[in-house]
Structure formats: C-alpha cells, structure tokens
Design a protein around this ligand. Structure first.
Ligand SMILES: [Zn+2]
Length: 73
C-alpha cells in the first residue's frame, strides 16, 4: 500500500453485487494506522454484501487531463 501512496495512486474497489464503487486513498489508509498491506494479495470485502470487491489501481486525480482534453464531435 505504501508504494501506491508514494506514487499518489488510488485504489478503486468495485462490488459487482451492489454496483458500488469505493475509493481508497493509500496515504489516508496509512495515516489512519491501517497496515501496509500488499494490495495485490489483499482481499477487500464489501461492507454491504460481504463479497470480495474487484480492485482497480487509478492514477492520481491531479494527474489527469482536464475536461478540455476531449470535445464533442
Ligand atoms: Zn456488495
């Protein structure tokens, strides 16, 4: 998790059952005193249905192009 925090990456968790997206901010995770888990090995459980959520590593939001990067055609 600390490697994600270092690159300011975010960890998105998706529960297909609940169609719910949750985003973990690794720096906040660590600041909260949670363990520096291996996010690849670690399973995250949906608090709604208890099923394992799928994971998606996302770039930092400030690293994205702004809305003008795409225009309507
Ligand atoms: Zn769920």
């Amino acid at each position: 998790m600390s490697d994600l925090a270092k690159c300011k990456m975010r960890l998105g968790l998706h529960c297909r059952e609940c169609n719910r997206w949750v985003e973990i901010l690794p720096q906040e995770w660590l600041d909260a005193g949670k363990p520096d888990v291996n996010y690849i090995e670690q399973k995250f459980k949906c608090s709604g249905c208890g099923r394992a959520a799928s994971k998606q590593v996302r770039p930092p939001s400030d690293g994205l192009e702004n809305a003008n990067a795409y225009q309507g055609m």
